[in-house]
Design a protein around this ligand. Structure first.
Ligand code: GLA
Length: 680
């Protein structure tokens, strides 16, 4: 288990460095990410390198037994670069330039930026590839973090080249983009612009392709640096830090290119429920490279600086969130940053060594956690035992987030809510994409999969035929990978396994207007009689009232059973929830998006139908469990003490006493190997 932080020694006089190493040893630090923002110190002018300070600190760390995750320093070009080559600066959709003076002021497509970055990385890799302190390479930093999209001329030229590679002929592009609409037909790739400021709605497929291009372009930068590092003879693993579900980078695609997944985690301490979103992100990271441990490369020890208000973490919360990551496969717990900065934008951001000194709760918690991690055995098996999978898909995120839809939907927010409905039930959850291997899951949940590729539709359908339970909810399978409707209406790709089609999407007034007397918003699938004279017994669907939001789709039921109907509003009496037995499995469709309790209710019913149960029943909602091979992690994400019974051996205390007392933000790793209990 690695423990450490970003280390920025260039912000400190050299006299501090030996003290840093001594304190790192005291805290149990094993690994630091070095040089992430050091370009201007390493290369004070083009062609001029200053290695002396970097040599010294790497040797000092090595002598102190601290390993180095060496960064390539390309995330923040030095001022001399933009002064000499202003054309390397990025621009927004209006053509305004992002100037230097902050960080990340470079156009990812800029050939000049790429040349300068390549020169720096070549020199750095050749110098340190064989250094025994260097155990990992940290390429750039949080690609795209501040600058999601670049619309500069460099981006324009690269976008055109990317499109030409994708479509080969302009006619194919014209077909995919539907350019006969509004006289947008192109006669050459050189006429195409990125989706810059335009009078009105921009061609949606062009926007989707621009998002694909942006993700690919950032990934190209990573691959360029990675290949330079390898060519210099470096044998260490190479990574770059992800940011959970981060919009501009399709990490499903990126995962194949990095040796190890790294992730940063900054849940909002203001929000008592933010641990669920953190669980979502950690589950996503575990899923990117199934079976392989990943690294938590950044979190904060305490308060942040970049939200409107930045309260401290509660006592113990930092360790609880660390345990959450370890329980979901992390093999490193690291922070931004080692020593709190005295100057600059992030001086209020907490660190392992606080500005307030060592007589502080932060330092005590840092040292305590370091001691605990040092006791942990290696935990190679990261399998979660999950029998339910939740689909999360970047291409769909990009497409569904476009404009001109029946209703605006926040896909990430919805994915978090669907996940939370499972998480609140203490189920192990894997996050997958539509083309994942699904045979191990008893239930696959597909929320708002507006864009569904042919390949994804075939995979989900095959899963059902082979015996799986597939649950799809509203505004799914609407368009193909070109963001175009398919022949045959809506829900075409999954028609065979769902047995329903859609007549109309039935957009509702926004949820906040639900109280209005004539609102179409309140929907129930509960206990609705089929017709006069029929039984009033509850239908064979989820019990309890389910309030639908956003959409009340008008379904055309073909060969599915109706499990629930809308009771209110325009669609009253029409099918809301359906089931079709298909092959050896079952396809369920819900024609609305429930509120939080409705999501809980529907998924509770579906998981019970699929025979999925939590490993420990009856836990309160703020207590979470996660499995990592034979280790069960139990975490109390609240200040209320709680005790839980788990048979096994506590990895830290060695206790086999089954009743585990969890104080405020208390947690335990319990090895249940001997009990034979594993998975759900
Ligand atoms: C990101 C960056 C760090 C730092 C932190 C602050 O994760 O990678 O350099 O800015 O945010 O929270």
């Amino acid at each position: 288990m690695h423990y450490g932080a970003d280390y920025n020694p260039e912000q400190w006089p050299r006299e501090v460095w030996p003290d840093d190493v001594r304190l790192m040893q005291e805290a149990g630090v094993t690994l630091v990410s070095l040089g992430i923002f050091s370009w201007s110190r390493i290369q004070p002018a083009e062609g001029v390198f200053d290695w002396e300070w970097l040599d010294e600190i790497i040797d000092l760390l090595h002598a102190g037994g601290i390993q180095v995750d060496l960064a390539t320093a390309t995330a923040s070009p030095p001022p001399w670069a933009a002064a000499a080559y202003p054309e390397m600066l990025p621009q927004d959709a209006d053509g305004s330039t992002f100037w230097p003076g902050s960080r990340q002021a470079y156009a990812p497509s800029s050939p000049i930026y790429r040349r300068l970055a390549a020169e720096l990385v070549t020199a750095l890799a050749e110098r340190y590839a064989q250094h025994p302190a260097v155990v990992l390479w940290h390429v750039n930093n949080e690609y795209g973090c501040h600058l999601h999209y670049d619309f500069s001329d460099a981006a324009r030229d690269a976008f055109r080249a990317w499109l030409e590679r994708k479509y080969a002929t302009i006619d194919r592009l014209n077909h995919a983009w539907g350019t006969d609409f509004w006289s947008q037909r192109y006669t050459g790739f050189d006429q195409i612009q990125p989706p810059r400021k335009a009078p009105y709605s921009i061609n949606p497929t062009s926007v989707l392709d621009f998002k694909r291009f942006t993700s690919d372009t950032l990934l190209e930068l990573f691959v360029m640096e990675r290949d330079i590092i390898r060519a210099a003879g470096a044998a260490q693993p190479i990574t770059t830090n992800f940011m959970g579900a981060f919009p501009p980078a399709d990490y499903w695609k990126w995962a194949a290119e990095v040796d190890v997944i790294s992730d940063d985690n900054y849940p909002d301490p203001n929000d008592p429920e933010s641990f669920r979103g953190a669980a979502f992100a950690r589950e996503l990271m575990r899923g990117l490279k199934p079976g392989v441990p990943w690294l938590l490369t950044e979190q904060s020890t305490n308060a942040l600086n970049w939200r409107p208000t930045n309260p401290p973490k509660a006592p113990g919360q930092m360790a609880a969130l660390s345990a959450q990551a370890i329980g979901r496969g992390a093999d490193a717990i690291m922070f931004f940053q080692w020593r709190q900065s005295r100057r600059g934008s992030e001086k209020f951001h907490s660190a392992m060594v606080p500005q307030a000194g060592l007589e502080t709760r932060t330092w005590r918690e840092v040292v305590e956690l370091g001691g605990q991690l040092a006791q942990l055995p290696s935990l190679p098996d990261v399998s979660s035992g999950a029998r339910v999978a939740l689909v999360f898909d970047w291409e769909n995120w990009w497409a569904i987030g476009g404009r001109d839809h029946p209703i605006g939907l926040d896909y990430l927010g919805l994915a978090h809510r669907w996940h939370a409905a499972l998480h609140r039930q203490h189920l192990a959850i894997d996050i997958v994409n539509t083309t994942a291997e699904l045979s191990g899951y008893a239930l696959v949940v597909v929320p708002q999969q507006y864009l569904l590729t042919d390949e994804g539709a075939a995979n989900l359908s095959a899963y059902v035929q082979a015996g799986g339970n597939l649950f799809v909810s509203a505004f799914s399978d609407v368009v193909d990978e070109d963001d175009a409707f398919r022949e045959g209406g809506f829900l075409v790709g999954l028609r065979d396994v769902l047995g329903v089609a859609i007549e109309d999407f039935g957009a509702l007034v926004p949820p906040e207007a639900l109280t209005s007397a004539d609102s179409a918003g309140e929907i129930s699938t509960h206990a609705v009689p089929e017709g006069p004279g029929q039984s009033e017994a509850p239908l064979d669907g989820p019990a309890g009232r389910i309030v639908g939001q956003y959409l009340a789709e008008e379904l055309l039921v073909q060969d599915a059973e109706v499990l629930g109907r809308f009771t209110d509003g325009r669609t009253a009496g029409r099918a809301a929830f359906t089931r079709k037995r298909s092959g050896a499995g079952t396809g369920y469709y819900l024609a609305t998006i429930p509120d939080d309790d409705g999501m809980w209710e529907v998924l509770r019913w579906l998981t019970a139908e699929a025979g999925i149960r939590p490993e420990i029943e009856g836990l309160p909602e703020h207590v979470e469990i996660a499995r990592r091979g034979s280790i069960l992690t139990v975490i109390n994400h609240s200040a209320e003490p709680f005790s839980v019974t788990v048979i096994g051996t506590d990895l830290l205390s060695g206790s086999t006493e089954p009743v585990r007392e969890l104080g405020a933000f208390g947690w335990a790793f319990v090895d249940t190997q001997a009990t034979g209990q594993k998975g759900i």
